[in-house]
Design a protein around this ligand. Structure first.
Ligand SMILES: Nc1nc2c(c(=O)[nH]1)N[C@H]1C(S)=C(S)[C@@H](COP(=O)(O)OP(=O)(O)OC[C@H]3O[C@@H](n4cnc5c(N)ncnc54)[C@H](O)[C@@H]3O)O[C@H]1N2
Ligand code: MOO
Length: 424
């Protein structure tokens, strides 16, 4: 069975004669997002405390009005009619009070307590005095001191759409809406296979051998995109033979929704990824992208025995190119698999010029100045280097057939960094 491709046309640079042309960068992203969404992960029900990092599979709606009952926002006196008021009781948070039956009566009320029916105002404790005969007196402030039913939301109102990432803010809101659990799409399970006999997994590079920089880093990036990656799912370096490639892919595909591989994406003497995908009967979703660096990146799809799609993302061996492939293809694929919207790219103003790469998109590492809204090119950005990337926030997108002039507004593909990881 041969590997089929969704694109057609003439030969690309670095590809064997007869290979289809590389996909345009935007088009490749749109295509992988669409296939990811079509293969969106199953919906499961998770208790709130275990839902962080999942994705809402249905809109979030409150089970009741919010608040569900009129709620005092102060400690004070719920009064009825004009004062002074005779104290007839007390209502604390957590109980359903009797109505205030007669004018001139009051109950002591705590913050968060349900306001008794018949209440005309709430007088703050600090604004109140006592008359000689023990009645409460004072002037309620003009603004209401309680939160009316439904002030925050109405029962059944859509608060957040399906596809929203579940974060601690959403979890708190869901709890206040009365939910015990949520219908969510589970996080994607990812695996990594590192190819390359020249790679060392420990010690300094020497004698023609380099350190595997991707085996330790890619799982951490994948986790930032919401994937679960167990240590046992990181495999390699796998021997540079076709049977070893096929066996490693087959094993990884049994448990993972997405298998990333590094290296071997070209057609050199020990590049076995393409023949291995062919042996497994995979379809190409994308096979090479008109982007520099990262051109030989690919995404292939296999259908499992259960009828569900699994994906193989071929990340080029050059380390920076591998990360370009992650932000270019893997990020939109994972968004689709999780049923999330296509990531919207922020834009920034180039502080310095960045050259174009002819008919290819150029992804150029930049540092962002959030306050100024500017992007600053970094140094040491060769595709074999990681020095520039380790100090960058993301990649400026220099579109095909353009030059990034200083002052131009360009999209930026962010690295999935956590707050505080690039202090200025
Ligand atoms: N004839 C052509 N050769 C190459 C072309 C081309 O267009 N025509 N493109 C170059 C580009 S661009 C890239 S990117 C690489 C991609 O090649 P592979 O994906 O097949 O990767 P490898 O050949 O296995 O390795 C390339 C390079 O990266 C180093 N490497 C690999 N894995 C790791 C790792 N885990 N950690 C650190 N470094 C790694 C490897 O030692 C090589 O130096 O192809 C070009 N060739
Ligand atoms: O495009 Mo390669 O991916 O430059 O290093």
């Amino acid at each position: 069975m041969s590997v089929r491709s969704e694109s057609t046309g003439s030969t690309a640079v670095g590809e064997p004669t007869g290979a289809p042309p590389p996909a345009r960068w935007e088009e490749a992203r749109a295509r992988v997002y669409a296939v990811g969404l079509a293969a969106a992960l199953p919906v499961v029900t998770r208790p709130l405390a275990e839902a962080d990092g999942h994705t809402l599979a249905e809109p979030l709606t409150p089970r009741t009005d919010l608040p569900a009952f009129p709620t005092s926002s102060v400690d004070g006196w719920a009064v009825r009619g004009p004062g002074p008021w005779r104290v007839v009781g007390r209502v604390l948070a957590g109980s359903a009070p009797e109505p205030l039956a007669g004018d001139g009566t009051t109950v002591e009320i705590a913050t968060g307590a349900m306001v008794p029916e018949g209440t005309s105002a709430i007088l703050r404790i600090e604004d109140s005095t006592r008359t000689a005969d023990g009645r409460v007196d004072g002037t309620p402030r003009p603004a209401p001191e309680w939160r009316p039913t439904g002030e925050e939301a109405r029962a059944g109102e859509e608060l957040l759409p399906a596809g929203t990432p579940v974060d601690p803010g959403l979890i708190g809101l869901a709890a206040s809406c009365g939910h015990d659990s949520l219908p969510v799409r589970r996080p994607p399970r990812a695996a990594l296979i590192v190819f390359g006999d020249e790679l060392l997994t420990t010690g300094p590079p020497a004698a023609g051998r380099v350190r595997d920089a991707l085996g330790p880093a890619v799982p951490a990036w994948l986790r930032r995109y919401g994937c679960q990656v167990r240590p046992a799912d990181v495999v390699g370096p796998v021997a540079d033979t076709l049977p070893a490639h096929v066996a490693a892919l087959r094993a990884a595909l049994t448990g993972a929704d997405l298998v990333c591989t590094t290296g071997g994406t070209m057609h050199g003497p020990v590049d076995h990824l393409h023949p291995a995908l062919q042996a497994l009967g995979a379809d190409y979703v994308v096979n090479t992208v008109a982007v520099r660096p990262g051109f030989p990146m690919l995404l292939a799809r296999l259908v499992g025995d259960d009828g569900r799609a699994r994906f193989v993302a071929g990340l080029p061996g050059n380390p920076q190119s591998a990360i370009v492939a992650l932000v270019s293809l893997v990020a939109p694929l994972l968004a689709g698999l999780q049923g999330r919207p296509m990531p919207v790219l922020p834009s920034a103003t180039l502080a310095e010029p960045i050259r174009g790469r002819g008919s290819y998109t150029h992804l150029a590492l930049v540092r962002l100045d959030a306050a100024a809204g500017t992007a600053h090119p970094v140094h040491h950005v060769g595709s074999a280097m990681l020095r520039g990337l380790a100090g960058a926030d993301g990649f400026a997108v220099i579109r095909p057939d353009t030059t990034g002039e200083a002052g131009a507004r360009v999209p930026v593909v962010p690295l999935p960094l956590l707050p505080g990881e690039r202090p200025s």
